[in-house]
Ligand binder design. Structure first.
Ligand code: ZN
Length: 200
């Protein structure tokens, strides 16, 4: 029997269910919603989706998502260029910025070490981080990888590689639930964890 769903709906469903957290039911609800709101709203959404990949790049220095290169953080002379906060995913920086507690620079690793999944140091931006530290003006590296087994392993690996670099190395303190994700923690907890970071 031929599907009752028009082709354009089928096509959109196929793409929507591939998104994280979107199942069939959510996808159908989204399509119902898109068919009832103002057409200009839907066009604006489509344009924003198209723009996302056309205009957003990774900063060549810190690997945050940016429209300009270097990103606004790296090119801000008002920030503390002596501190680097190392995170797994670039979007974690958005959560950290919301705490208004951190004024240094970032470095996104673009993942974590995971031997089981074949992710080694060369698959992350670790060499670029070491090069930034070797350049000389960095005094402190805060290893804010996620408090998971992989995140801890990654932090320890980087701490070892930086052992002779002559910089302070620290890790955000308690408050972040083990197994959790840094970006999902509430602002106050995140701010406190950064404030109370411990030396590695
Ligand atoms: Zn940057």
């Amino acid at each position: 029997m031929r599907s009752l769903k028009p082709d354009s709906v089928e096509r959109l469903l196929t793409h929507l269910v591939r998104l994280p957290g979107v199942g069939n039911r959510t996808a159908r609800a989204l399509i119902e919603h898109l068919l009832t709101v103002d057409a200009t709203e839907v066009e604006a959404l489509a344009a924003a989706l198209a723009d996302l990949r056309r205009t957003i790049h990774l900063c060549s220095q810190c690997f945050l998502l940016t429209q300009e290169d270097p990103c606004p953080v790296c090119s801000d002379s008002g920030r503390d260029h002596g501190a680097i906060l190392v995170i797994e995913e670039p979007t974690t920086a958005w959560a950290v910025e919301e705490t208004h507690e951190y004024r240094g620079l970032y470095h996104a690793l673009l993942g974590h070490l995971s031997p089981l999944h074949g992710v080694g140091p060369e698959d992350l931006t670790i060499d670029a981080l070491l090069a930034r530290v070797a350049a000389g003006s960095v005094r402190e590296v805060i290893l804010a990888t996620n408090p998971t087994v992989e995140g801890e392993t990654t932090a320890l690996y980087i701490a070892r590689r930086l052992a002779d670099a002559g910089v302070d190395i620290s890790r955000p303190a308690s408050g972040i639930p083990v197994g959790g994700e840094l970006a999902a923690v509430d602002r106050l907890t995140l701010a406190q964890a950064l404030e109370l970071r411990r030396k590695l």
